[in-house]
Write a protein that binds this ligand. Sequence first.
Ligand code: SIN
Length: 276
Amino acid sequence: MHDGIQVRPLSTALGAEIVGVDAAQPIDDAAFDAIRRAWLDHLVLLFRRQDLDDAQLVGFTGRFGELEEAPLFQGSRYVDEHPEVMIISNVTVGGREIGSLGNSEAFWHTDLNFVAEPPAASCLYAHEVPPAGGDTGFANMYKAFERVPAAMRARIEHLSILHDARYNSAGYLRESRVPDTSHPIVRTHPETGRKGLYLGRRSNARIEGVPQAESEHMLETLWQCATSDDVTWHHRWQPGDLLIWDNRCTLHRRDAFDPSQRRIMHRTQTRGTRPF
Ligand code: SIN
């Protein structure tokens, strides 16, 4: 490990805290190699007590790959100067929401699973968090794949899921219509070479080439493997927390929280490749 950087695992399932890094400052290549290695090993990294403006969040995310622009929000950008930054928030200013996803539960999903080339990394930085609720959970898809019964594991290696693009993770209809996309159920991580489940999100998903009832039955089994306690870890946020997760081998979800409390998070993501 690089001098001055510590990696502290956060659970047996996934997640590690990185100590000794100021994400607002340039990170030298040797330090960044250690961080990237920890990210590939632990799937989700936590950096506490960070103080980042949007330019610094964009700069930090850019070390992990090419940034993607955030989707338009109510026809315009979340942050005019930084089109890569998405705001996830329940706060309204002058009667207008400043961000997406409100205060309700966000169901288990991986980001933009319904596009041809879903993002690789997602970063989430906490500006304001409620005193209770709004925790974000993560699930390890390598471990989930190992939990699938052997006969089903062999079968799903040759099957794909058609991913529904209509609803976001909080159950809202999307502003723009994107065609549904098919991806293999078992995905090989392009950097680690490890196999993991790639389930996307549960609602309206369908395994292709399999009768509907059988598809539902198989998806129920796969989702149980993917979200059982022994493959998950939940993060209780503090302001200044920065998380980066790997969408290629994790799922995430968020707990609901009291609508009278404020939660403001800024999010960025890097470009990914077509799952194979
Ligand atoms: C998300 O699903 O990307 C948002 C997670 C969160 O708000 O904690």
